[in-house]
Ligand binder design. Sequence first.
Ligand SMILES: [Zn+2]
Length: 385
Amino acid sequence: MTQLIALDDVAVIDNHCHAVAADQAVDVPAWRQFFSESSDPSMRSHDVAQTAFYQRLIRAMSEHFGVADAEEPVLAARSALSAAELISSMFGDASIGGVVVDTGFPPPETAMPADEFRAVSQTSYVALLRLEVMFQQLVAEIGSYDDLVSAVRSALSDVRGAGYAGFKSVAGYRTGLGIERWPDEDARAAFASARAEAERAGSVRLGYKPLLDTLLHLAFEAAAAQELPVQFHVGYGDTDVDLRRASPLELRSVLEEQAYRSMPVVLLHGCWPYVREGAYLASVYAHAYLDVSYAIPYVSRGERMAMTRAALAVAPFTKLMYSSDGGGVPELHWIGAHEGRRALAAGLGELVADGDLDAGQARRAGEMILRDNAWQLYGFEWTPS
Ligand SMILES: [Zn+2]
């Protein structure tokens, strides 16, 4: 029988997650909204409760809180705690040592402020700048293309000095990961269209590919010069994602560009369902990393194991990093950490049973994936004990 590799004592670094909401009071309909990527209201209100992930989460929470296995008692138990108590108990129980927070979602108006989140979660904290949010704000404010380019360059000239450990891009949610170089006149024409939208609507959603691609290249130049990691949304997401354009293989031209070799590229969400493609890229490009995400996508335990196996099968253990992709409610960060340790304990145990690794090598691989790789890549200030 396969032995599990003991990893329960390893405090994880969650290399991709989001802030929690300041207000944690929810009823059943509001709670269900957190567990679907569908934009269809009936999916979010009804079908979401009939998934393997959701029913497993409610069961795990019922065991944690010591109440019956159903939505109402579980939500009543969490509502008995203040937001601070809930977050503190969930992060403590899951032994989360550090977080890399994508500040692009949830919006700052509803998120718990970073200082408070840091204090109640007792985690070491670094933040990522979401590029498209910044670009959209600047396009809405600036009327000239040349001034926009200058403003982006200057905003990205000292990213660590501005308080960020790297970038996050959601180009996969907008115009796709096939990020190209465009003639100057195409970028300018796209800017004119984006400005027209901004003037009409008061804000802009950056669906103008020649403009977005051009601004992303400015960001990649800054990231390469400052050796900053860039996280890419890859694969799974809501219906804004055209899954055909969100395969990690679409990133080939960015990965191949010599000038960007000093820019670590982190492929998020295990690239699910393109996990094998993502693991392959992490095995051939020195600067490509695969994020193996354990709360989102919302899949069964069996599918999480398949994702874990695909990652461990080919990628060097130096190139894999744990995350939850949790956000909004702390239960996502919590279940991700518990299930990530469990899946890696089993997946690495299988490698030992198959004669790939010895037990010491498997334990070391688990420590690297759960903690050490992210600790090194994002420049955390603490040293893991
Ligand atoms: Zn995310």
